[in-house]
Design a protein around this ligand. Structure first.
Ligand SMILES: Nc1ncnc2c1ncn2[C@@H]1O[C@H](COP(=O)(O)OP(=O)(O)O)[C@@H](O)[C@H]1O
Ligand SMILES: [Mg+2]
Length: 396
């Protein structure tokens, strides 16, 4: 039977067509690619795609819902729309710490303006004032302030001082902003990650004009460069296996030879030939097409073909299905080890798992940690605090 691969996309105009052509070439008539066609969306209906490559549902909620329905019918979606809906950068950073991947020091700020349909009483759990002194001392200045679920360089601010921060914070309305240590880097890379196994490391100059950002060379050379590339590949795979992304980019700023992951929540990464350049474009088209073919071949009709990262899998899989908690498996390896059953026959596990114990331990650890932060902070409060905090308290 011929299998169908669909691509869902928006304004971009080079990558989708090249992807379709490449899949059709590699699919040799057995796997065919086309733009996803939608003339209606009825609950519970399978619209016939084995694989859908999603480039746009972050901007079109109707498409996100289309994809979740398709996933339920058995379509393999690149990337998993459920996880993508749940994910954001602050969580990603916290997960990176658990995975041993260096990230800049980061705190999260409540939005400047109250979310719609909330009142002052919606915020009784927030201390007033917040502990700005601690946050400023921990992060330092200059710092980066950016939305926790942003992308495309929108509302990314570099702030030089608390005063500068208040000024820029005032423009952020209901956005939830991360305040992050600036990594002053000697070298910088942007990395494509496909299927949690194909990795392509590109030297990147974020300070250049957008069309020249990929026109640069590595600043690290010799043995240090070889070692750095190995580390970057390792960190890229660690992050994407845990998150479960089949297509993503990870940015690394290199400081004193250490790669810090800056941005790794790009499930629809830029792949336009005019920005990434011909060579990177050819690589990415080739490898996403190859991966889409692999997914189409692995697709089993009537089964759940959704792939999840190890963060979720390890939280829900019965213990025997796991080899080793610290082993980050590829989607293919995981598939081999977990016997799949048709969706309709899935049953809830008979017994409660040791998960509860794990969660408690994690909670206890977190509580102990936050305790110690509180203690440290308690000694650092100063008289300037009230004045600074006034400006940032959600609007009354
Ligand atoms: N902590 C940081 N240190 C140094 N540069 C940063 C930092 N955070 C962001 N940047 C710069 O800002 C750019 C945009 O930030 P990023 O987190 O990638 O947001 P977006 O997802 O909107 O692109 C990055 O490519 C990088 O050049
Ligand atoms: Mg970015």
């Amino acid at each position: 039977m011929i299998k169908k691969v669909g691509i869902l996309f928006g304004m971009e105009d080079t990558f989708p067509w090249a992807f379709i052509d490449k899949v059709n070439e590699l699919g040799a008539g057995k796997i065919i690619a086309e733009p996803v066609k939608i003339d209606k969306l009825q609950q519970g209906i399978d619209y016939g795609y084995s694989v859908i490559f999603d480039r746009i549902s972050q901007e079109v909620p109707f498409y996100r819902a289309y994809l979740k329905n398709a996933a339920l019918q058995g379509t393999a979606i690149i990337n998993n729309p459920f996880w993508w809906s749940a994910d954001e950068k602050f969580f990603n950073n916290a997960l990176a710490l658990k995975l041993g991947v260096p990230v800049p020091k980061t705190v999260l700020l409540p939005s400047k303006e109250r979310p719609d349909n909330t009142t002052a009483t919606s915020f009784r759990n927030l201390e007033a004032p917040l502990d700005w002194d601690y946050m400023f001392e921990h992060i330092g200045f200059p710092a980066f302030m950016k939305p926790h679920d942003g992308g495309g360089w929108k509302n990314v601010y570099k702030v030089k001082s608390p005063e500068d921060l208040w000024e820029k914070f005032a423009e952020t309305e209901q956005l939830v902003m991360m305040l992050q240590e600036e990594i002053i880097f000697e070298d910088y890379y942007r990395v494509y990650s496909i299927g949690q196994k194909y990795v392509h490391i590109m030297p990147y100059a974020p300070d250049n004009e957008p069309h020249l950002r990929y026109e640069t060379t590595p600043k690290t050379t010799g043995a240090a460069h070889t070692k750095l590339m190995k580390t970057i590949k390792d960190y890229t795979l660690r992050l994407n296996k845990a998150l479960g992304y089949d297509f993503n980019t990870v940015e690394f700023a290199i400081r004193d030879g250490v790669p810090y992951a800056i941005d790794f929540c790009n499930p629809a990464p830029d792949a336009d030939v005019n920005s990434v350049g011909q060579e990177n474009f050819d690589w990415v088209v080739e490898h996403v097409a190859k991966y889409a073919i692999e997914k189409a071949k692995a697709h089993k009709a009537g089964h759940d073909n959704t792939s999840w990262g190890t963060f979720v899998k390890e939280a829900i899989a019965p213990a025997p299905a796991r080899k080793n908690k610290t082993t980050l498996k590829t989607a293919a390896e995981a598939k081999k080890s977990v016997k799949k059953e048709p969706i309709a026959k899935k049953k809830a596990p008979a017994k409660a798992k040791p998960k509860a114990i794990k969660v408690n331990t994690v909670k206890a650890k977190a509580a102990a940690k936050s305790d110690s932060i509180e203690k440290k902070v308690a000694t650092k409060k100063t008289a300037t605090k009230k004045a600074t905090v006034k400006k940032a308290t959600p609007k009354k």
